[in-house]
Design a binder for this molecule. Sequence first.
Ligand code: ZN
Ligand code: ZN
Length: 586
Amino acid sequence: MKTVVKFLTINNVQPLDDLFTYMENVVIELLENGLITKVIVGQTTLDFGESSPIDEIADNVFAVEFVYSKENVNTHWQLIFEFGTFSSSKQLEITISSDDYRIKIDNNYLEQLKLAIKTSIKDDWKEIVWLMDKDSEMLSIELYPSIYRVENLARQLINEIMTKEYGIEWWEVYVPIQIKKKHRARMSGYKSTVPGFTNVNERLMSIDIGDLISIFTLKEKKWVPVFDGEISHFLNDHSEMKLEKVREILVGQMETTRDLWTEQFSKYLSDGFIEYLKEFELNRNHVVHNKLIDRTAYISILRSIQNVEKELKDGLHKVSETVISTEQRKAIAEQVEMEREEQEAALHDIMESEAGVEIRSVEEIIELYDEHLYEFYTEFQSNLRFRNDIEIGDYQNIASSEDTGVLFEVKYKIEDETAKVSYELESIIDSQGAESTVSISIQIGEENYSKFIRYVNGEASFNSYQGNYMPETQDEFNMSDLEELMEGLVEFLDEHFENKRESIDSEMYSIIKDGGSSPVADIPCWGCGEDYICVDENYGDWGQCLNCGEINEIAVCSRCECYFEGESNGDEPVFCENCLDHFEKE
Ligand SMILES: [Zn+2]
Ligand SMILES: [Zn+2]
C-alpha cells in the first residue's frame, strides 16, 4: 500500500516488554474511538480472544489491516509498528498506508487517525519525529499559490503607489540600503538563470515579504543637535557620564524626516494592515519552510491570506482612482531630487567604508594636494634652515578656482633674487581609479625645474557573492614624486643660489696656504655675528656678509690695516679705534 504518514518515536520512558500487546492496545483504542470500523484477518473478522488480527511480519515488526467506513464508503488501511533497539533505549517507527483513501481538504479522517495514534502513545516516549505526511503536504500545497499571489499584490501596490507619488526613481531614493544590497546580490544570480529578464527592472520581485514590510513602514530620522547642559558638563570633564546615557540624550534629539506609512500607504490601506501583514509573514514562513499544518492551521492561514489580499486589492483600486496635480508633482520631483542626492552621498560613504578606499571629489583631491604640499613646504624649510642667505616666504593654499598659482617664494639675499615655486593643476579627475596630476615648478629668471605629482583615486566594485563593496584600486598619493621634487628643488637652488659661505669655507685653506689674503674680514657681521663680511670683490660686494647678505659699513685702517666698522672717506685716511687711542696717548 501507499504510505501516507510516517513518524518515529524515540527513547521510551517506561519499559516495553510485550511489543505485541503494545500495538494491540493502540488498535483497541482506535476501534473504541470509531476510527477503525473493522480489523481484517484473512477474510474474516476476528475477536481478540482466539487469534489476533496483528501479524508479526518480521522480527519486531507488526502489521494490522483494517477498514474504515463512512457514509457507505469503505477505505482500506494498513498500520505498521516497527520496533528497534538502539543501545539501551527503544524506538518505534509507525507507518500509515492506504491505496484507496483520497487526501483532500474536506476529508479529515487521516488527520484524526494520525493524531489519535500519536495521542495514545505520546506519554511513553521522550520524542516524536514526523518523517512524512501527505495530508499536511496537501494543505501546504493548497496554500502556496495564494501566498505567492498575495506577495505579488503587495509588491505591485508598493510599486504603483511609489511610482505614482515619486516617479520611477523612487527605488533609488527610498529603499533602505540594506535592502538594495540584498537585491543586488540576488539579482546577478537571478538574471544569469533567467536571461530573458536581463534588461527588465523588476526591482521588488526578489525582495522578501519581510523587506516589503520594512518599506511599508519605512521611517527615516535625522539627528537635530540641540545644546544639552549635561553633555556639556561631561565634555568639560566636570561630570561622569556613561556613553549609553549620552547616546540616549542624542537619540532623544532625533526627528522623523520621513514616514512612508503616514505619508503614503495609510491613504490606501487600513490601520490594521501592517498587523495583518506581519501575521501573514509568520504563516507564510511556516508553510514555505515545510512545517506541519493541520486543518485548523490551514483555515487560520487561509483567513490571514484573505484579509491581506482584500486590503491589497482595495488599495490598488484606490491608487487607480487617485489623481495627482501638476503642482504636487512638481513639489514631489524637487523633494525626490534632494533625497536622491542624500542617498548618493550615503552610498558613497558605504562604498568607501566597505572597500576601505577613498573616492575623492575634485575639491577633495585638491585639498589632499594642499595638505601634502604644505607638509612638503615645512620639510623644505627645515632642510634649508642653515642657509642664512635664503629666505622662504609664506605658504599659499592652492586656489581651486585657479589652474595655476604661486605656492611660496624663495628669496636669495646675496644677489637680491627671488625664485617662485608654483603649481599647475594639469588634470584633476574625480572618477574612480583615475589618475590626477599637478605640476610643481620653480622658476629663477629664465631657468626652471618642474615635476609632476600624481594621485590615483580609489575604486570600488560590488561583489555580488559577498554582497558588499570590494576595493579595485587603492587611493594613493604618490609620495615618491614628492621626494624627487624635494631633491630636485634643493639641487636647483644650490646651483642657482650659490651657498657662498660654504664655498669660502672650502677654499679658505688653500687661499691662505698659497699666501693669499682672506676674502672675508676678521670682524663679525652686524646682522648675523659671523665673520663672513666680503672684502674681495671676486666673491661679492665689498662689505656684504656672504652668510646673511647684510651690507656692513667697514673700512681699512690707514695705520694698522685692520678692518673696522666705519665709513671709508675717499682718499682721506681713516683709523680704527685702537690707532685713535694710540694717537691720543702720544
Ligand atoms: Zn651676516
Ligand atoms: Zn688701525
